[in-house]
Write a protein that binds this ligand. Sequence first.
Ligand SMILES: Nc1nc2c(ncn2[C@@H]2O[C@H](COP(=O)(O)OP(=O)(O)OP(=O)(O)O)[C@@H](O)[C@H]2O)c(=O)[nH]1
Ligand SMILES: [Zn+2]
Length: 212
Amino acid sequence: MWPTKEVTDLTTSPIIRADNERLEVPGVAALTHDWLAAIGEDPDREGLLKTPQRVARAWGFLTGGYQLTLGEAAGDAVFEAEGSEMVIVKDIEFYSMCEHHMLPFYGRAHIAYIPDGKILGLSKFARIVDLYARRLQVQERITTQVAEAVEELLAPKGVAVLLEGTHLCMAMRGVQKQNSSTTTSAMRGSFRDDPRTRGEFMSAVQQTFKNR
Ligand SMILES: Nc1nc2c(ncn2[C@@H]2O[C@H](COP(=O)(O)OP(=O)(O)OP(=O)(O)O)[C@@H](O)[C@H]2O)c(=O)[nH]1
Ligand SMILES: [Zn+2]
């Protein structure tokens, strides 16, 4: 892993400036030059001349989650609030890289929680998903880490996280199954203990499947 950069200005951090690949990972450009040669390419042909730098910037973005903490991703958006109605944030798209093949997997995350005095700014759920997705990952670990992050920030009565993912390492190589998808979930507190609470979440999520 490359040296951790202190991110003090969140408006310029790689996770927030999602359109802007500003963080080049040191060493990746030189490695990419050698990688191109190893696969039989000519790294010095015109079309590839800038590719090592592009790859280094792209990987800075794709693995920008290593550069941020949960506190930085959530900012100051934890608020005191009355009430304990279920909050569901659905269809948060994510893009990650599998740690086995370093190929992309992507899909949607759905998060629900039941507050116990604290709520979180809605956009922060997407930032938390990006924080963990922009690393080398397995889908199960992103799912668990997002659930643990919501627990840590809010200490809610319950939290549920469900991810649906398509893995390119299963589609464009290996078993070559283009249509398979993987669902992973983490249920904590009342979502684990109360089937009705879990059922309410699952039917809300299934509604988004039907509407596609
Ligand atoms: N559980 C889990 N497995 C994953 C994920 N992403 C990729 N994999 C799997 O990781 C496994 C690695 O298996 P290996 O047998 O070591 O590698 P491989 O020979 O390239 O495997 P194949 O993909 O079957 O060709 C494969 O079964 C992948 O499908 C993930 O997010 N979660
Ligand atoms: Zn893989």
